[in-house]
Design a protein around this ligand. Structure first.
Ligand code: GLN
Length: 474
């Protein structure tokens, strides 16, 4: 593929003028996937199928009846079900498992003529922030192969970063679309809780899980959101709100009020270059006439603990279904029902997943429930209320997406809490159910991408996208 297309509308004009076909596009991506196989972004590539679909879509374009995503070649995170295709959540326990139905989002994407080129590597069951908990090994960052991709949608972010597909779909429970997007210099959007169906998406923590697009343009993020969003009879957690035509409604945002967390500049845990970058953007925004003010967030220290108590509690329940009987891997040593459960789960789950199942089971156990789970629920409510209060006064909260840029692969912390603390900026929107986006905001002195996050009010993705488009031009 000679040319790089940053948005679907560019591809569409190429298709219209006859400069390219969907088939040549797909061939180009397949070539890139082979060339960058060492990045380990894909668990499986659907090569033949993508080529066949490309031909069909090319004919439909000729006939003038192609869908709105004709020419969009995407990759999906390997925790999204696609009928008759394998899905593994990058876990040994789902080895050999094939989806018997498609998720609602896959159906909606295909109905608009998107091409799904493969399934992407991720942290096991989406638990992690570096893609290192995957049974299939870490994903390498395209900007520096010794660095992590971020996670848990690491493969999806690198696939977009390295041009192995046009866009990708990830899932975000506590930051898994936004943080890898920021480590890879691309855009990652987590919509409002209740915006996109999770039917057919492997559950991690159901009161947080959201699907989101990873793209190189705001317009494409808007387009993918509008195609995937909206009520679905198979997911009762969805809002019944109508879905705006986000991509065609994009417009200049006007002057805004923006808050940033004081601690993001004062905390010693935030990398100095990340701080400087934030300061530069704050100054640029002020110079452009926006109001940008520091705020104190009194519950900051409670965000990560609340998230990890609630997410692991929900995970321990969601992952109970992987028992060696119903799905995927069964231990060859199993002899009776008890040992089937025990051995299959002990051998099938990786270390991080086991740690979380145990932690989640503990915080839900009789005698500890009130001290941990019930308390975390209360803390969550306070965090949400305070966040909503801030967003009454301000249009956006601006933060770094992560406290530091992509770090070295293998730099495993002896204390997992240190790793969990790095989710500090992304979990706020997850706990509060509000939308947030990570936008590429330059590189550090070593050429590693830096990302900034914007958080806004529930269901105000249009304003978020409008401002994001403008922000990228700063
Ligand atoms: N890093 C967070 C966690 O490990 C977020 C993961 C996610 O959003 N799936 O839980």
């Amino acid at each position: 593929m000679a040319k790089f297309y940053s948005s679907l509308s560019e591809i569409k004009s190429g298709l219209q003028s006859g400069e390219i076909t969907v088939e040549t596009l797909v061939k180009g991506y397949l070539e890139k996937i082979k060339q960058h196989a060492h990045l380990n972004a894909f668990n499986e590539v659907f090569e033949q199928e993508a080529l066949t679909r490309a031909n069909n879509i090319d004919s439909r374009i000729q006939l003038g009846n192609a869908g709105k995503l004709a020419g969009m070649v995407i990759a999906i995170k390997d925790n999204i079900c696609y009928k008759d295709h394998k899905v593994s959540a990058s876990s040994k326990i789902l080895e050999g498992f094939t989806s018997i139905y498609s998720s609602t989002i896959v159906e909606r994407l295909l109905a608009e003529d998107a091409i799904i080129i493969g399934r992407c590597n991720c942290d096991e069951f989406a638990m992690g922030a570096s893609n290192e908990s995957s049974y299939y090994g870490p994903v390498k960052n395209f900007a520096d192969n010794t660095k992590v991709s971020g996670g848990s949608s690491g493969g999806s972010a690198v696939a977009v970063q390295a041009g192995m597909c046009h866009a990708a779909i990830g899932t975000d429970t506590g930051g898994s679309v936004r943080q890898p997007a920021s480590f890879c210099g691309v855009i990652g959007l987590k919509p409002t809780y209740g915006r996109i169906s999770r039917y057919g998406v492997i559950a991690y923590a159901s009161s947080f899980d959201q699907v989101g697009p990873i793209t190189k343009s705001v317009e494409d993020a808007a387009l993918l959101l509008e195609v995937m969003a909206g009520p679905d009879e198979y997911d009762s957690t969805l809002a019944q709100k109508p879905v705006p035509s986000f991509s065609t409604n994009l417009q200049a945002p006007g002057n805004k009020k923006i808050a940033y967390l004081q601690e993001s500049l004062s905390s010693p845990g935030v990398d100095p270059e990340v701080k400087n970058n934030l300061i530069q953007y704050i100054e640029k925004l002020r110079a452009e006439g926006h109001t940008v003010k520091p705020i104190a967030f009194e519950y900051l220290d409670y965000m990560v603990p609340s998230y990890y108590i609630l997410a692991t509690a929900e995970a321990s329940s969601n992952l109970a279904r992987y028992d060696g009987v119903h799905y995927g891997y069964r231990s060859p040593e199993a002899s009776d029902l008890q040992s089937t459960y025990k051995k299959s789960r002990s051998e099938g789950f990786g270390k991080e997943v086991k740690r979380r199942i145990m932690l989640g089971t503990f915080v839900l156990s009789a005698g500890y429930y009130d001290a941990y789970y019930a308390k975390a629920q209360k803390a969550r409510r306070l965090i949400r209320q305070k966040t909503e209060e801030i967003l009454q006064e301000y249009d956006f909260i601006l933060t770094p997406t992560a406290p530091e840029p992509a770090y070295a692969i293998g730099k495993e912390e002896s204390d997992p809490v240190v790793t969990y603390l790095a989710d500090i900026f992304t979990v706020q929107a997850s706990l509060s159910g509000v939308p947030a986006i990570s936008l590429p905001a330059g590189n550090n002195s070593k050429g590693l991408p830096l990302g900034l996050q914007l958080i806004t009010r529930q269901f105000e993705e249009q304003e978020l996208l409008n401002f994001s488009e403008y922000f990228l031009g700063l």
